[in-house]
Design a binder for this molecule. Structure first.
Ligand SMILES: *[C@@H]1O[C@H](CO)[C@@H](O)[C@H](O)[C@H]1NC(C)=O
Length: 394
């Protein structure tokens, strides 16, 4: 199955049969570099992105990341900067996180919500001394910008001081895996051993000023590096010259993040799912729970107290792997949910999936059934992450 990964959809975007004319696809600054590395390119969120490289199959690339380190081009993601003295007050209208209490140099996962409490996008927000640095999903870039700008205009009209800037002159590379830190350390003077997970700072990489954040989407230790675009190929080459480092594409990224229990927007999160249903209650700061003041708070906050009708769960599925949109049944044959993502887990050699199921059937070790190609297969509700995370702690 893994060999057919290129035919699968990523975030509901059809990969089979290039539905978007390839000349319409955007290219990252590393496009030619990807081709030189034997990348197989696929359309993804309006971009032409590598799904895998000639050196390793998707399965091997996944295992390589868990044991060594891999570089992912994530330049398609939207990088923005919010400045102005009221920037924190402004962003807290749109996200559920306690951004005010986020220490300097720290980042957090948060979500943009709509008026109904649904998730517009998930995002990483980093507290910098003069601004908030915000990274969000490529597939949501247009609607995120429209949403932020619309609310920003109203905020400014009421005298609020905040400005949004798209960071379009920087590319974004992720290096992920237990050997990522050693590989990056060879290129910098800063002592990376003093840098905790979810912190970031400006670091010179061989003389190039980059924003280095200790974060990622694989469950491993690693970094996301915002690099002036003219230098991104050089830095990718420098990192790749380490014998423990390989390039990796969307194929491995999807199985890695799923094993790590991390959501993919468009599959596991959408505008009809609240952060409580998604199991992201932890992203709502204590002060925000007390005060509200973000879009949809009147729907979201009562759900913390009163519970929800559906919940995101992890499943280990017997038999053929369940992908997204498979029906989930309880032992009595009642349909109680739907899968939103699924892969054969390369690390566990079992099929893992995420699903939304009716509350009551969400507890670990609940035995359910998943319909895969018209066959009912046993599935066990399993705590996520499926594979233990290895985030770095000083
Ligand atoms: C990790 O890297 C080493 C050295 O390059 C290599 O021999 C090994 O096969 C890699 N492990 C995996 C799982 O790819």
């Amino acid at each position: 199955m893994l060999r057919n990964v290129a035919k699968r959809s990523f975030g509901k975007l059809p990969i089979r049969g290039y539905s978007t004319a390839s000349q319409d696809l955007k290219k990252t600054a590393l496009y030619d570099f990807h081709l030189s590395q034997g990348a197989q390119m696929v359309p993804y969120a309006g971009w032409s992105m590598p799904v895998k490289y000639a050196s390793l199959g998707v399965l091997q690339s996944h295992l390589h990341t868990r044991e060594n380190a891999s570089i992912f081009d994530v330049s398609h993601m939207l990088q923005t900067r919010l400045t102005g003295k009221d920037r924190v007050q402004f962003i807290e209208n749109l996200v559920v996180g306690d951004i005010q209490s986020l220490p300097l140099g720290h980042s957090t996962l948060s979500v943009f919500t709509n008026e109904r409490g649904g998730i517009i996008d998930d995002t990483i927000i980093c507290q910098q001394d003069d601004s908030l640095y915000i990274v969000s999903n490529a597939g949501c870039a247009d609607k995120d910008l429209k949403h932020i700008r619309q609310h920003l205009e109203a905020f400014q009209n009421q005298g609020g001081e905040a400005e949004l800037k798209i960071i379009d002159d920087h590319s974004l590379l992720a290096i992920q895996g237990p050997k990522a830190a050693a590989a990056l350390q060879e290129l910098v003077d800063a002592d990376l051993s003093k840098m905790n997970f979810m912190t970031g700072k400006m670091i010179s990489i061989k003389g190039i000023d980059c924003h280095v954040a200790r974060s990622g989407y694989t469950g491993e230790d690693g970094f996301e590096i915002s690099i002036p675009t003219p230098e991104v190929t050089r830095i990718a080459e420098l990192l790749l010259s380490n014998p423990n480092v390989e390039m990796a594409g969307l194929g491995a990224r999807d199985s890695l993040r799923l094993e790590a229990g991390l959501c993919l927007y468009g599959n596991d999160l959408n505008e009809d799912i609240t952060p409580i249903e998604a199991g992201l209650t932890w992203t709502i700061g204590k002060r925000r729970r007390a005060e509200g003041g973000f879009l949809g708070a009147e729907y979201i906050l009562p759900q913390i107290k009163n519970g929800v009708e559906k919940r995101r769960v992890g499943l280990i599925v017997e038999g053929a792997p369940a992908r997204e949109n498979c029906e989930v049944y309880n032992a009595d044959g009642e349909k109680i949910g739907t899968t939103t993502s699924g892969v054969p887990s390369p690390s566990l050699k079992k099929n893992v999936a995420m699903a939304y199921v009716k509350s009551g059937f969400h507890k670990s070790n609940t035995e359910l059934l998943v319909k895969v190609r018209n066959r009912m297969q046993k599935a066990l509700v399993t705590k996520m992450p499926f594979v233990p995370s290895n985030y770095y702690k000083v």
